[in-house]
Write a protein of this length. Structure first.
Length: 321
């Protein structure tokens, strides 16, 4: 049985006992465990079916607690001051006395850290008082959850509890930025636009497009090409749609689809990000019920959160393998 919790103190108590607890953040729901507890961290990988080479993000109540585990330079401190709490994850060198289990970081000498901008998450993290390792609370390779119902669909029965914070405000995961020796590099576009990061620390190395960089690299081991996959095939940059397809619309919808979900009629990138994963889930479920051939996605051009949306759609459309 997976319990639905209202009180972040109950969630913290379960974490202390070594249990897995899904909790809301501003981006997506995370599947949390005590990052200092090897057995609890191993349970995360098992519950998600996640490969052990894919490292987890550690969540903290504030920047000082995060920087007690990793070495922060001036760039990291400037970014934390500007964007935390918020949807930015920093990959930094582990300190020699870092308490986070090596398994949580997939054995790397770096650790990904962030302070989420969500009142319930912060209350839970403060009460818990230690690092909480948390990937998105979905089965590995599937669409990230942005509501407690999504988490229940993905992991119900496999985890102790879900802290109920309703729908997530941002809707796509955090931006992952590597601040290692090679200079700042964007590992995953996300909730903080890269332009906003560059306004603080100057030029950031951009990733290759998901299509151009199919293999996970040592620097970003988790960037598997096929990810966020609905069960129905997804077709990108649709300019027309067939009667046996579901449509993911952005702006005035193409005519003729069997069913349609609108990301943002006004083409607002933030509204579209908030609606993205829920819309994909609904189209997939309803499309399968109706026996449709697949999902056609209209182009989502522009900057801001649009690059994160395009990244998730490209991964969702990639061949499974
Ligand atoms: O918004 C988010 O980031 C959500 C919420 C729950 O905080 N979490 C999330 O976690 O999206 P996950 O596990 O689904 O994605 C973490 C990403 C993966 O692509 C992983 O490879 C990368 O961060 N990552 C984690 N630690 C890393 C490290 N030490 N070096 C490079 N990449 C790392
Ligand atoms: Mg994920």
């Amino acid at each position: 049985m997976t319990a639905l919790l209202d009180d972040p103190l109950d969630a913290a108590a379960l974490l202390r006992a070594g249990a897995l607890v899904a909790f809301p953040t501003e981006t997506v729901y995370g599947l949390g465990a005590d990052a200092r507890n090897a057995a609890a961290v191993a349970e995360i990988f098992a519950a998600k079916g996640r490969p052990h080479f894919n490292p987890l993000i550690c969540h903290f109540a504030d920047a000082d607690s995060a920087f007690a585990e990793v070495r922060a330079d001036a760039r990291a401190r400037a970014l934390a001051a500007r964007f935390w709490p918020g949807p930015l994850t920093l990959v930094l060198p582990r300190r020699a006395d870092c308490r986070v289990e090596l398994l949580a970081g997939a054995g790397l000498d770096t650790l990904a850290v962030r302070v989420p901008a969500h009142d319930l998450a912060l209350a839970m993290l403060r009460a818990f008082g230690g690092p909480v390792a948390a990937p998105s609370a979905n089965r590995s390779g599937r669409v990230s959850p942005t509501s407690p119902a999504h988490v229940m669909e993905e992991l119900g029965g496999r985890i102790a509890a879900i802290l109920d914070g309703g729908e997530c405000a941002v809707g796509v995961e955090s931006t992952v930025l590597d601040l290692g020796a090679g200079g700042a590099a964007l590992l995953r576009p996300g909730g903080v636009p890269v332009e906003a990061i560059e306004a603080v620390i100057g030029p950031v190395g951009r990733p290759l497009s998901p299509e151009a960089a199919p293999a996970p690299t040592l620097r970003s081991p988790g960037l598997l090409l096929s990810h966020y996959a609905p069960v129905l095939p997804l077709r990108l940059d649709a300019r027309e749609v067939a009667a046996d397809e579901a449509l993911l619309a952005f702006g005035p919808p193409l005519a003729g689809a069997a069913i349609t979900e609108q990301l943002s009629l006004a083409r607002d990138d933030r509204e579209a990000a908030r609606r993205l994963f829920g819309a994909l889930r609904r189209l997939d479920a309803e499309g399968r019920r109706l026996g449709l051939r697949g999902i056609a996605a209209m182009p989502v051009p522009g900057g801001g959160l649009a690059p994160a949306i395009r990244d998730r759609l490209a991964r969702a459309a990639a061949p499974r393998g």
